[in-house]
Design a protein around this ligand. Sequence first.
Ligand SMILES: N#Cc1c(-c2ccc3ccn(Cc4ccncc4)c3c2)n[nH]c1N
Length: 229
Amino acid sequence: MRVDIVTIFPEFFSVLDLSLLGKARQSGLIEVTAHDLRDATHDRHRTVDDTPYGGGAGMVMKPEPWGEAIDGIVGDGASDALLVVPSPAGEPFTQQIARELAAEQHLVFACGRYEGIDQRVVDHYATRMRVRLISLGDYVLNGGEVAVMAMIEAAGRLVPGVVGNPESLVEESHEDGLLEYPSYTKPASWRGLDVPPVLLSGNHGAIAAWRHEQQIERTRRVRPELLGE
Ligand SMILES: N#Cc1c(-c2ccc3ccn(Cc4ccncc4)c3c2)n[nH]c1N
């Protein structure tokens, strides 16, 4: 998988050199490149924003630098890459979307700032490639970088070979539509709190049943809508 990120804060993504995704990059499973949008400007102040047509507070990101930056990644014609634009107006990011992103060969993320990116950037690239506006959640961030970091981590860990033991991906929250069961490790008793005895029983059938019941109970308590309730 190739991942290109366009942002005015490319250094924000240096953290992707660490941990699991760092290993995936070193092994060539995932190639991540952060591009500085200001490298696609040509004025002395490296301007990427301007006042909004129609008035209003804040600034809007100019279309020209975005056009030059994204063309520099996908060329100037049609592209099979998927352009992902984090936006408060986007579709809610879910595990299913993470799976869909993980199946892509080439992802291009456009990280906006200020009040967002001139709409014509999305409109233009929608004529040349698939474009998805995706929201991290129903709260307001100052830009797209945090959202893109979450999307890259959520999708990257699903890319075959990135996670050592694929089994560990199966029993996670949201993977089967339920929240995950509680986990325990040694010691068997800690500050007067004991590990549920069934987990020490060695009875794998009873353990699986208990874990599933815990998933249902936790999902009903915390996220009843996932059960259609
Ligand atoms: N994904 C996602 C997001 C964002 C988000 C994403 C990109 C940009 C670019 C600029 N801003 C700032 C802004 C713009 C317009 N309205 C309010 C704030 C962004 C916010 N906020 N909340 C989310 N869940």
